[in-house]
Design a protein. Structure first.
Length: 319
């Protein structure tokens, strides 16, 4: 729900930016920035531009309404020296795809670094005040990219993200885990251990499977197995010990050590297929035989690399 609210407000921010730019780029006779659609100026000029007949006076044409009731500018002619709105160039307006890419990058960044979990209103107001000073789409892109790149540095991915402020935590999930799942979607990763080629993104769609939940978060090192080794829940439920799998496949996986169940899962797969599966899901080579603590350390690094790869893809879409 928090992410839904952030996404909604980011869409509003984009819309307000587009409106602000239209207003600031369209001069009126007094030199102020206005828009034809701005309710502040609708009708305001009417008393100043009527002829003796009561018809709105047009610079290059006559009144369109023979009964002198229209205050619309004559089609094909300029109003106050400006072309009609539909004829004006739109070079500085973001297209649908440009807005989609910009918003996707900003949302990914904002949710990953918890940008709006503190003083939301003051943070957004600060951004909007900065946006008001922008005059082109390129400046808007730089506004987005400069703030994103300032926080999401190589040190962030290599150090911060694999630490206690990122993936080195236990529980049901956090922003770093959500970013990892988003990265799987962005990079078109397939379901781990699945016998099909179904993408992770498909299992997040409602109604994918009517018999049970479509997606299950699975312990790669099973809980019961780790209990026998003396690990507590906080250590067992580490983000790096989770993976999404098809729920029907999970029915076949018992509480054995990964060194026992993983070879069974890999039966019938070529070495190339196994390598590709492990690379897609951020599994270190030979992970099934690793000591659990070493596995967590190595997998966090690979998960952070996946998040970085997704970020670079989103950034490339904007640039």
């Amino acid at each position: 729900m928090v992410f839904d609210e952030i996404e909604r407000r980011m869409r509003n921010l984009n819309e307000r930016f587009q409106l602000q730019r239209r207003i600031s780029k369209t001069p009126d006779v007094g030199g102020r920035g206005v828009s034809d659609a701005d309710p502040r100026v609708q009708g305001a000029a009417e008393p100043l531009h009527r002829g003796q007949s009561g018809c709105a006076v047009q610079p290059l044409g006559g009144c369109e309404d023979p009964e002198h009731r229209s205050v619309q500018p004559h089609r094909g002619h300029h109003h106050h020296g400006r072309p009609p709105e539909k004829d004006r160039p739109r070079k500085d307006h973001a297209s649908y795809n440009e807005n989609l890419h910009l918003t996707s990058l900003w949302f990914f960044y904002a949710s990953l670094v918890s940008l709006y979990t503190g003083s939301f209103e003051s943070t957004v107001e600060n951004h909007l005040n900065s946006i008001k000073e922008l005059t082109s789409l390129e400046e808007y892109k730089r506004f987005i990219l400069s703030r994103v790149e300032e926080r999401l540095t190589n040190d962030y991915f290599d150090i911060t993200l694999i630490g206690s402020e990122g993936l080195a935590v236990s529980g049901r999930g956090n922003n770093a885990w959500n970013a990892y799942v988003a990265a799987l979607n962005i990079l078109n990763a397939k379901i781990l251990f699945s016998k099909s080629n179904l993408l992770v993104s498909k299992l997040f769609e409602p109604g994918t499977d009517g018999k049970g939940k479509s997606l299950e978060k699975h312990h790669l090192f099973p809980k019961a197995y780790l209990k026998t080794l003396g690990y507590n829940d906080a250590k067992i439920n580490q983000m790096a010990n989770y993976a999404f799998i098809d729920w029907k496949d999970n029915m076949e996986i018992l509480d054995e050590a990964p060194s026992i169940y993983y070879p069974v899962v890999c039966e019938g797969r070529s070495p190339e297929e196994i390598q590709r599966m492990e690379e897609e899901k951020a599994l270190p080579y030979g992970w099934e035989n690793m000591p659990y603590e070493d596995f967590l350390i190595e997998r966090r690094k690979l998960m952070a690399a996946k998040i970085k790869a997704a970020f670079e893809q989103l950034k490339k879409n904007v640039e």
